[in-house]
Design a protein around this ligand. Sequence first.
Ligand code: HEM
Length: 466
Amino acid sequence: IYLKKRKQLGLPLPPGPSGLPFLGSVLKWPKGHAWVEFNEWTKEFGDVVHISMMGNHVVILGKYSSAKLFLDKSTVASRPQFPMAGDLMGLAATMVLAPHDPHWKKMRRLTHIFMGKNYVEEFSGVLQSSSKDLVTMMYKESAKPWNNWDPLRKCIGEQIFTSLAENALDRISYALIVGSFWVDAFPTLKYIPPWFPGAHFRRHGADTRHRVFDMVNLPFEHVKKDMSGASCPPSVTRNMLERLTEEKDTDESGAKWATGSLYGAGMEPVYAAMTTLILAMVLNPSVQEKVQAELDGVTGKKRLPTYEDRDELPYFSALLQETLRWHPPIPLGVPHCTTSDETYLGFSIPQNSTVFANLWGIGRDGSIYREPESFRPERFLGPDAELSPENWVFGFGRRACVGTHYARLSLFIYAASILQTFEIAVPDGITVQPEFSPNTNSFALPFPVKFVPRVDWLEALKGSVP
Ligand code: HEM
């Protein structure tokens, strides 16, 4: 079938690592941090790389220009099936994994309205007050070095949904790595009963499914209950439900899955970016000093920075961009899937191909970024500023991230608050190597880190926001 299809299209498949009959190149699929190996393939085979995985076509786009051109097409806007994460863990109806169908379109439409720039800026007060909690909590924990990110993670996701979702999120991020579970390569395995010897993935899937169900349902029902009472604070869920009532639409499932997806998809990359920023500050103390001098100049060291200060903080804004470029929170993005046979750059890309953009590789592309290995916020300042990672770090085309405004706002507020109030350092005698988790959402692996207070009003902050 494969040879017939290839002949029909009349063009060769893109080049890539050779494989075995039937198995394809499955044995060559990288075990962890696939983005590093994919980048090597791009250097060896070119912008568009093809690998066959048990008869399934996987395409890797290694350059910004090819990722943008190809993934912008309306026929590359679906998602591949993830039997483990989608079917067994119950995520198939979330906005991230849903195919390009009416259910997904409804979720996107509702989300576009309520995650737009103006709506999102309404949340700056909530974020500002949660950043006060973050630095207060960090102050309490500042007597000894941290060895894990638990306090940071808890605080970033302090809303009710996170306490319901956080156990599920780690599992989801792992399940989305291609190759984590055999059932992704052999979808029929999902029909094996959970009690069958070796079918632990079925029990794992069923357990995670319960947590996903809670993540989607409990916050939604909570808001609905509040709406029937006297007071209900503003939220995306409330706004969506009000809009459906106005439109006389009684099907609430779009709103429910849309908000559930936002909780799940939003918290992990923001947390990942924050851990990368902390690591970068430890490795580049002169950058930290420079950014703190800029923050002090604006706040007089007397208050927490706010989003309204952003125009006066160019170096800080460049620091956030450099953090996203240096180690993108989702280094391989989320794969797209072709819904028709395509031709691209003289190659054929068959229907149902899984297509990755190697975002990490784009950030390391020496033809776009000078000395891409080094961490230099200055690259985004001045008349010769290099390409902003905002052009690619949030993905491409119709599936590009819907949370960009919220991501920008929350990263800004959390990072500025921490850098204003603490010097980030490692205990004496410790040398830190940059290491990242291999998950879909990739965070800096924990290392011993100290947060040394650098303002004298942290004690007083416990009572009121300055
Ligand atoms: C620094 C933070 C973030 C980064 C780097 C990021 C990056 C991405 C990327 C690369 C994708 C896949 C795009 C594609 O398929 O081409 C994505 C999808 C998505 N993101 Fe984000 N994201 C971030 C924060 C957020 C936040 C805060 C939210 C919600 C509040 C969010 C919600 C989503 C959703 C729902 C999708 C799936 C969209 C779809 O498939 O239609 N993200 N994000």
